[in-house]
Design a protein. Sequence first.
Length: 160
Amino acid sequence: MLNRIILMGRLTRDPELRHTQTGTPVASFSLAVDRDFKDKTTGEKSTDFIDIVAWRQTAEFVSRYFTKGRLAVVEGRLQLRDWTDRDGNKRRSAEVVAENVYFGDSKRDAEGGAYAAPSGGYGAPGGYAPPPAPASGAYAPSAAGDQFAELSEDDGELPF
């Protein structure tokens, strides 16, 4: 069976970090996710508001680095919960249990300032990591500002 979901949207509020009785961190927040299509009658896109819950290191990461309005990419699974409200009515709610949360924008886009990488890493376990630096000699721009280095040897043969 497969239960996998990937969402990209903006946080509708700051994440709320709590701890269980055993001390396990849990964060809850919601994402506003635009639909890909427009309504035929109004010509406007609809937005879904999806509840997200994150546990342990992911919860701490989200509560530390994400705020209302920040663009986030959430990877996880859908979970349905049955519960009883105060009036004794049986209720059901759906939420996404986040396994990984990634930045969907840069800090500069979110705050209008210069980007500063968070201390201690770039995200939750399995989250964003900066691209590796090119190998020495693989990219050598000239002093004139060319984007690519000149080939030193060319045998004139095409590789295909």
